[in-house]
Design a binder for this molecule. Structure first.
Ligand SMILES: [Zn+2]
Length: 90
């Protein structure tokens, strides 16, 4: 069974403070995340191995954005998101 069957997926956004590497301006950016919330119960059709995996599974979020556009109007460059964890357990 695919592990995705254990989770309910939903998108969300969370603010993160980022520094543009070009102009060094710090600002807050709304980054997009995919929330994978563990289901309350084991999906139907799961076998013993799935049951063990399901017990160990935890709800988590995956960072979807790997780039941000600088908010400084004199810069506006696209830079890579860094310093943000790409996976966060809930
Ligand atoms: Zn910039």
């Amino acid at each position: 069974m695919d592990e995705r069957a254990f989770f309910t997926e939903s998108p969300t956004t969370k603010p993160a403070t980022l520094n543009c590497p070009f102009c060094r301006t710090q600002d807050t950016y709304e980054l997009r995340w995919l929330v994978r919330k563990k289901k309350d119960r084991l999906p139907p059709g799961a076998d013993e191995r799935d049951r063990a995996k399901f017990q160990k599974a935890q709800s988590y979020m995956l960072l979807l954005d790997d780039k941000a556009s600088c908010k400084n109007i004199r810069c506006r460059k696209t830079f890579e998101v860094s310093g943000v964890k790409t996976v966060a357990f809930l």
